[in-house]
Design a protein around this ligand. Structure first.
Ligand SMILES: CCCCCCCCCCCCCC(=O)SCCNC(=O)CCNC(=O)[C@H](O)C(C)(C)COP(=O)(O)OP(=O)(O)OC[C@H]1O[C@@H](n2cnc3c(N)ncnc32)[C@H](O)[C@@H]1OP(=O)(O)O
Ligand SMILES: Cc1cc2nc3c(=O)[nH]c(=O)nc-3n(C[C@H](O)[C@H](O)[C@H](O)COP(=O)(O)OP(=O)(O)OC[C@H]3O[C@@H](n4cnc5c(N)ncnc54)[C@H](O)[C@@H]3O)c2cc1C
Length: 664
């Protein structure tokens, strides 16, 4: 036992009760033995490097934090070059550095935008400079007045044939670019989205590569106004990022800096559109949404890891005679709040892996000029992004509450994790754009067209519109086919209800507008079905390691059945299940929580996170929580002096005055 009542042995005991092979689970989580090995190596590399320390990050001022971010980014790059890391290793190293910064946008959006929308020639010119960090880029789309409505952007790029140049201009205050990460202080270049005007005609939004700062002294180029948009939610957290404002005053760029894969402007100023669908303009968003889904499982698993380990250490009540109190992880309420989140972390991990595959597949098809799967890729990435980010943000906050008072301390890691994570719900759009795609599919099914991919189930409309679940005992819910059927029936019936109600509206647009809350719920039902289905499909793979598949089967059931319990109204109102079947699902959930209990700590160990990456005294691997909490408190700047600054000016006079008053 550690000094002061911390109980490291407690976690060793928890680990000993695991009924599965943790190494095998690490492989299932990471995707392959190779992925475990690389992630482990990169995590340890970061954890052992003092430059990457982050334990006092929440105590830094904004300026100090930003400088620290620049230092870490430069050091990370130095290590990547020195060690000749592969792209996979470099991405992991940046992940474990765990500090949002301009590099995220440089690699995550600037480079992909040029790759996706630039011609071969443009890629040859710009990518080598970006790969070597000779230029730093960001993605400047959103404006002060317009974010979600991309077609409403106001920045103009007017072609001047006399000079063979575009003139970039911000005509109004609301056209100021506002939010792009890395823009405020770090970027030298941006992919800027602006209205293309040539021969007096507005051709809508297009992308342009624009240099913003001098490569000699980093000062803004003539006509360019730049700055940071100000402090954001939470201490530390996303304030390491220089989200920026940008205004153009008739800034000229050469014609060949328009990204011309989708459409071109000729030397004479003629607008030419290629055979590439115009939606590819949004391709960078599809890419980044796919990475955001993968990130959801990382953020959620971190929070869950902290909450599970701490719940195994923390004890409250249960002893009337001075004996040991009960671990809070043993309380059924704690389990019923925490284990669905544990299951969700695994569910998001697997759906994220599948989405990455889907994105790669679509990209290969696009290269072969097959654009048929683009709408599905858009619907899946936008839908999964929206559902997984909002559930993850809620889950991190739930984990904070599950850690009681100590969860509110910065040293728990949870406040910062929440503050860093929560904007993921907003950036890249918060609307479930999948609803329009569903309505189109319902219309196509009515004409006899057979849907494929994630909407293939809609082709089974005859059965799904009238089927009744055959579940008769709680254990019947363990059958994946029983779960899949009710999730499919619920999603389809909600979509068909919406389509029928839209058809009664005076116009389709009015119907869409009036029914948008219902459409959103139908979209969520469809997205949840995708996540459940991908989890079930994962279980059909060969998953080596004693007991690994069995644990995943339990987590899959918990994930699906907790959704069923939470959205019982949907399942009942669409007639997919009866109230009794709903009660049986709940009964099984209770049994599954009891079965997961002895495995809980090992299931979070399988995420393979270092203490550095977790950044939480509550989630420490050794469970030695109390001494660490105590020690952390003394690091606070407020504890640098015993008597606080301000005592002489503000406390002493007050106390003296109280003394005088009491003598009166
Ligand atoms: C190293 C890696 C690290 C990475 C870490 C990154 C860190 C991240 C840090 C933070 C980074 C934050 C960075 C940031 O935040 S960057 C800024 C992100 N901004 C947004 O996300 C804006 C959100 N708004 C939208 O997405 C709008 O709804 C759009 C633009 C789509 C409206 O559009 P529009 O006004 O035109 O209306 P429409 O709805 O009629 O659509 C028209 C048609 O287009 C199809 N369609 C729509 N969209 C797509 C699509 N994407 N792919 C393929 N197709 C698409 C659509 O189905 C329809 O098809 P059809 O019905 O006609 O057939
Ligand atoms: C931390 C952070 C980083 C960002 N990084 C970048 C970046 O690098 N580059 C960049 O270009 N942008 C960036 N953004 C901007 C981001 O993409 C936008 O904030 C986002 O697209 C939402 O747009 P908005 O802020 O205009 O919200 P709004 O669209 O104004 O949303 C306000 C509310 O209106 C609702 N709403 C909007 N339209 C509709 C509709 N049609 N139907 C129903 N409801 C609707 C929304 O759901 C929301 O509830 C970033 C934002 C944040 C917070």
């Amino acid at each position: 036992m550690a000094d002061g009542g911390g109980e490291p042995d407690q976690l060793a005991g928890e680990r000993a009760t695991a009924q599965f092979d943790v190494d095998g689970m690490k492989v299932a989580w990471a995707g392959s033995r190779h992925a475990v090995e690389v992630a482990d190596r990169m995590a340890r590399l970061v954890a052992s490097d003092p430059v990457f320390r982050k334990d006092t990050r929440t105590m830094l001022s904004r300026k100090e934090l930003f400088k620290d971010t620049l230092k870490k980014a430069a050091h990370a790059w130095k290590r990547i070059v020195e060690l000749r890391l592969t792209e996979e290793e470099a991405n992991l190293l940046r992940l474990y550095v765990d500090q949002p910064g301009y590099v995220d946008l440089h690699w995550g959006m600037f480079v992909p935008a040029i790759k996706g929308q630039g011609t071969e020639e443009q890629q040859k010119k710009w990518l080598p400079m970006a790969y070597k960090f000779q230029i730093i880029g960001c993605y400047a789309q959103t404006e002060l007045g317009h974010g979600s409505n991309v077609q409403g952007l106001e920045t103009t790029a007017t072609f001047d044939p006399s000079a063979d140049e575009f003139v970039m201009h911000s005509p109004t205050l609301t056209s100021s670019k506002w939010w792009p990460g890395g823009l405020g202080k770090a970027s030298t270049h941006a992919v800027v989205y602006a209205r293309l005007i040539t021969e007096g005609k507005d051709y809508g939004i297009h992308g342009f590569i624009v240099q913003l700062r001098s490569l000699d002294d980093h000062s803004p180029l003539p006509g360019v106004t730049l700055g940071d948009i100000g402090g954001k939610f939470g201490s530390g957290a996303y304030n390491s990022m220089d989200n920026g404002v940008l205004r153009f005053d008739h800034v000229r760029i050469p014609r060949d800096q328009m990204l011309m894969r989708l459409s071109q402007v000729t030397r004479e100023g003629k607008y030419v559109h290629s055979d590439v669908p115009k939606q590819l303009l949004y391709g960078t968003m599809v890419y980044v949404r796919q990475t955001i889904v993968a990130d959801a499982s990382k953020a959620l698993s971190r929070a869950v890891c902290i909450a599970v380990r701490y719940s195994a250490i923390r004890k409250q009540f249960g002893s009337q005679d001075g004996g040991p109190e009960t671990q809070v992880l043993n309380y059924k309420t704690q389990q019923s709040r925490l284990f669905p989140l544990l299951a969700s972390a695994y569910a998001y991990r697997f759906v994220g892996q599948w989405l990455k595959w889907l994105y790669t597949d679509v990209t290969q098809k696009l290269e072969a000029k097959d654009y048929s799967t683009l709408p599905e890729a858009h619907a899946c990435t936008a839908g999964l992004k929206s559902v997984t980010t909002s559930a993850t943000a809620d889950a991190i906050e739930e984990c904070r509450k599950l850690c009681g008072g100590h969860g509110y301390l910065n040293s728990s890691g949870l406040p910062e994790l929440f503050a860093v994570y929560v904007p993921a719900c907003t950036y890249e759009g918060d609307n479930v754009q999948v609803a329009r795609f569903l309505m189109k599919t319902v219309a196509q099914v009515a004409t006899g067209k057979q849907p494929v991919g994630t909407i293939a189930y809609m082709g089974n409309i005859q059965h799904l519109m009238q089927c009744k679940s055959a579940v008769n005992t709680a254990e019947d819910w363990l059958n994946p086919a029983a779960i899949k059927e009710v999730f499919e029936a619920r999603a389809l019936r909600m979509a068909v209800n919406c389509a029928q109600n839209i058809s009664k509206a005076p116009s389709q647009e009015e119907g869409f507008s009036e029914l948008s809350p219902d459409l959103l719920e139908a979209a969520v039902a469809h997205v949840q079905l995708i996540i459940v289905t991908k989890f079930i499909e994962k279980l059909q793979e060969d998953i080596p390691g004693p007991g690994v598949k069995e644990q995943l089967q339990k987590l899959c059931s918990i994930y699906a059945l907790h959704l069923l319990h939470k959205h019982l109204g949907d399942f009942l109102s669409t007639g997919c299940i009866t109230a009794r079947q709903g009660a049986l699902a709940n009964e099984l959930l209770g049994k599954l929580y009891a079965q997961v209990r002895p495995n809980a700590v090992a299931l979070v160990d399988a995420f393979d996170y270092t203490d550095h990456y977790l950044g939480s005294v509550l989630g420490r691997y050794d469970g030695d929580v109390y001494p660490a909490l105590y020690e952390e408190a003394w690091k606070d700047p407020l504890n640098e002096t015993v008597v606080p600054d301000g005592y002489q000016e503000h406390l002493r006079p007050l106390l003296k005055q109280q003394l005088k008053l009491s003598r009166l």
